[in-house]
Design a protein around this ligand. Structure first.
Ligand code: AMP
Length: 273
């Protein structure tokens, strides 16, 4: 497995790959969720490249950029065991210069949901993903549905800029308890982890209501909020797959999303109906 730290090293690695390339961009601190993306990329491509870069431009002032878990040694070992061909581990200086071009995410759909508490977050996400795509030149790129708005914004960017890459949204990997795996779960105490289960429980409850015939989004949202009464809810939302507000559920075209703070940790989760 090649570890590329510079643009030169990455380009050299990429030039040697004659065949399809699956790409899994991450911020490191790899867990089973990331691993599921890597495994799928392995299955569907001749080569796999993973990047681990804690991208500063997608953090807002006051967010957890400095505290974000960094586990380079373990990440490299996980990638090696998974049969990854190359890992790109750039520094901030490799990825960014000064007074640079910068992408603007859609002004409406990137300023709802996550964008309300994190305005500008998706500008940073799209900028770094565009840079990574231009360097890695992947055939397919793998993203988790857990970050539903992110995968939607990236798919939109690929469409808007006519990029030649296929975006593959992958299912959320959860603990047995239902908690969606996240690098940020490392911040949770045992008691907070227990309370954090309210997120997945509220989503499961919504699914149960839908299975029983409920279609009214207001009813479903208020039922979910009852389960979320022990965490600090930022939003509960029911949208179509393009993030438009919908008055009622359409099976096959709905996403139910929740974001909440548990102690000082901000968690998100969702289910695609
Ligand atoms: P991150 O390192 O948090 O930026 O995540 C890198 C990629 O892994 C993103 O596409 C995430 O959506 C995805 N991911 C994170 N957690 C999970 C999970 N529990 N299941 C599946 N994919 C995930």
């Amino acid at each position: 497995m090649v570890i590329a730290r510079t643009l030169h090293e990455l380009r050299e690695l990429r030039q040697k790959m004659n065949g399809t390339v699956g790409f899994v961009p991450t911020m490191g601190a790899l867990h089973e969720g990331h691993l599921s993306l890597i495994k799928r990329a392995k299955m569907e491509n001749e080569y796999v490249i993973v990047s681990t870069f804690v991208n500063p431009t997608q953090f807002l002032p006051g967010e957890d950029l400095d505290a974000y878990p960094r586990k380079e040694k373990a990440d490299l070992e996980i990638c090696r065991l998974a049969g990854v061909d190359g890992v790109f581990v750039p520094t901030e200086q490799v990825m960014y210069g000064e007074d640079e071009s910068y992408l603007c995410a859609p002004r409406i759909r990137s300023y709802t949901l996550e964008g309300i508490k994190r305005p500008g977050h998706f500008d940073g996400v799209l900028t770094v993903v565009m840079k990574l795509f231009n360097l890695v030149k992947p055939t397919k790129a793998y993203f988790g549905k857990k970050d539903a708005q992110q995968v939607m914004m990236i798919s939109q960017m690929v469409k808007d800029f006519f990029l030649d890459v296929e975006i593959v949204p992958c299912d959320t990997v959860r603990e047995k308890s239902g908690l969606a795996l996240s690098s940020r779960n490392a911040y949770l105490s045992a008691e907070e982890k227990e309370r954090a289960l309210a997120l997945s429980k509220s989503l499961h409850h919504a699914i149960k209501l839908i299975k029983n015939g409920e279609r009214d989004t207001d009813v479903i949202e208020s039922e979910m909020l009852k389960i979320l009464n022990d965490v600090d809810v930022e939003y509960v939302a029911i949208k179509d797959r393009l993030l438009n507000e919908v008055p009622s559920i359409t099976v096959g075209d709905t996403v139910i999303l929740v974001a909440a703070r548990v102690g000082s940790t901000r968690l998100i989760d969702n289910m695609w109906i």
